[in-house]
Design a protein around this ligand. Sequence first.
Ligand code: PEP
Ligand code: MG
Length: 886
Amino acid sequence: HKYVYDFAEGNKDLKDLLGGKGANLAEMTNLGLPVPPGFTITTEACKAYLTTGREPDGLAAQIEAHLESLEREMGRKLGDPQDPLLVSVRSGAKFSMPGMMETVLNVGLNDRSVVGLSAQAGGNDRFAWDSYRRLIQMFGKTVCEVPGEEFEHALDDAKRAKGTQNDLDLDADDLRGLVDAYKKIFAKHTGREFPQEPREQLDLAIRAVFESWNAERAVVYRRQERIPADLGTAVNVVAMVFGNLGADSGTGVAFTRDPGSGAQGIYGDYLANAQGEDVVAGIRNTVPLQELEQIDKKSYDELLDYMARLEEHYKDLCDIEFTIERGKLWMLQTRVGKRTAAAAFVIAGQLVDEGLIDLDEALHRVNGAQLAQLMFPRFQLDHEFQPVAKGIGASPGAASGKVVFTSARAVELAAEGESVILVRRETNPDDLNGMIAAKGILTSRGGKTSHAAVVARGMGKTCVSGADELDVNVPAKKFTVAGQTVNEGDVVSIDGTTGKVYLGEVPVMPSEVVQYFEGELDPEQTDDALVKAVHRIMTHADGTRRLRVRTNADTGADAARARRFGAEGIGLCRTEHMFLGDRRELVERLILAAGDQEREAALAALLPLQREDFIEIFREMDGLPVTVRLIDPPLHEFLPPLEQLAVNVAVAQERGEDVAKEEALLAAVRRMHEENPMLGLRGVRLGLVIPGLFAMQVRAIAEAAVQVTRDGGSACPEIMVPLVGAVQELETVRAEAEKIIAEVVGDSGVEVLIGTMIEVPRAALTAGQIAEAAQFFSFGTNDLTQMGWGFSRDDVEGAFFWRYLELGIFGISPFESIDREGVGRLVRIAAEEGRAARPGLKLGVCGEHGGDPDSVHFFDEVGLDYVSCSPFRVPVARLEAGRAAI
Ligand code: PEP
Ligand code: MG
């Protein structure tokens, strides 16, 4: 079994096996770019190690063989005392997980080869000892779990002794002393000496990278990013090149376009006389990449040339890590770069213009989650709000919240429902839970490529990094800025697009993308590149998609907005929402009705109100289908809660007040009380039990449709019966409804369809029978999930889903994204058997899943006619339906 590949043996399409980094290093090698030689150990080796707890047979020998060929190519032997080859050992999973897994640099250094390294570097003792102390530090921390602070304290001590704050002031002797101190720390914590044998260092480092796949922070990150837990990581062993050999050396990162806005140009950071981790960690302040032109023109020009070649080759934004070793440029990594949502749209549009990709591909390059993010509101600024600091707009959005300084506090306050902004000097992978809990992240140090920036962008979370006017004091739980002190709990607002920081809560306004969807921004007139790109891609999605998109709306205003957003009808109008507010009393009268007469009077009072509701909605949706669902939830939801009512009655009685009415109400509430109301008297059951209720609704719908048609409009009502489990239920309701409709509609030309929700598992399994009586189906995937899994949709998310997510029982709540294998199977069966019984049966979905990107793809696959979702999700569903069709 082949577990090890030389860079020259791989290519960019082997990410499953070689990980993203390894596959791209191979690709660059084959493109002839200057990549330091090396080899990749496959994810399969990692998986084997993680399942059996030991390296698979043959791995050691393969590593030996590839190491030998690397040594031959470099003309040096690993850890050779005179002229050592040093290697880095880097993780690289299929999906990038920035900072989540381990890297060990300078492997091969020991007490003897440190001297050889100095000679190699032209007698640079300082460099050699600095490299050695870095190895002990990284190796100790990542391979042997020595607490990292101990090394940092020792480094601080050395600097204090020298009277400096700058690492660069430590000379070779200081660093040699530091190496001794580090070795003592290592021995104290591990009970052994720092390993001097280079091959042992290498093997232990490889093993540590394998194991880092299951480090807690990596597990959390994968769950958040929905990366499967069983992929494993590859390990790249690469010949070291040094960016810390002096002023003619350095290291940096580069983007072929701005990952924030998508604008063309040269973006990146450079740090002279440093190794890569100094840049990524954001520990020292970098200079803009353009300044490299002054520092080292030859390398700069070469880099620009490679950047252009990579972009041409990958046909996409690439990000690059590079090192310059004494004037020689080395490419250490490239990948198709992460970008903000705005940049994704803008770049996709640009690449079409440049002829690199077509519109289908552009559609493929963006997604609904990004579009949803672009629809977030932005700050509405006036003179009142002046920024107190300006950092780097590292991840866009507008976020306000209470300041917290630790991950734990962020989690705590967020659990109480507070919006929080996590403020740190810089973040590290241990802050991940706090970053997830926070509305936004604000750091005083680090650039666009710092940990905070990269992770926040990946999460779609607002982030301002490198706001260096902030003096952050984590232990004291405060920061100072512009002469003011901000304590934990004070509110700040951060703008992740401009990088500006404000004290207090800044009001927000709609994003330009929403203004575009609202029709307030003309894409032909504006010079907003994002709006133009969104318009172009949305137009293509609409022209491509097979699925129709409707909306869930129960007011005229929502219907109108959804229509502006592109809804092609209403897929769910929940009529129970029309029974709230000041109509509650009428509902109470209905429930408390002593006999037929009282009940009919209550219904008669509701009828005109309902009719007006429907008239408004039919007018807004003129010419488009409107699915009106007959009342669904249990009636007691319209009555006051039992306990509260009981207390009120007791108190009033005590005071000697007249409580006859309240007592009747209390008796009704008691009578209707159910242990499991979600499985109780609701939906069609209610309609069958309360005479006249559904009839009143059907009449209101038909009368409204006739009225709108008479006024010259066009109403296309579709009456939907909820919670049907047996065809007989539907038949009973339908027989009554058809009589009323025939009577009301007469020769007005109005056509009313009658169909059903499929939201009870039995309905899905008997869909063939139900289809005989239904003119359409709409899948209620909320209830179908609730009843399919037996999860109470109102309780479980807070109660135990966290544990299910933690255990990987599912990667995302099945209420959020359709469970394809289980609940999805019910949908598939019902769709097939329904259509077999009634060819051409119209099928839709109106559960929350109708607006979930992944679920939209599933519904397309199953062959539904439309999805229906809340108005703000309509553009997302249109886009995803387009993507599903290509
Ligand atoms: C459903 O169950 O999916 C549905 C749309 O109905 P409701 O959410 O109102 O129960
Ligand atoms: Mg339902």
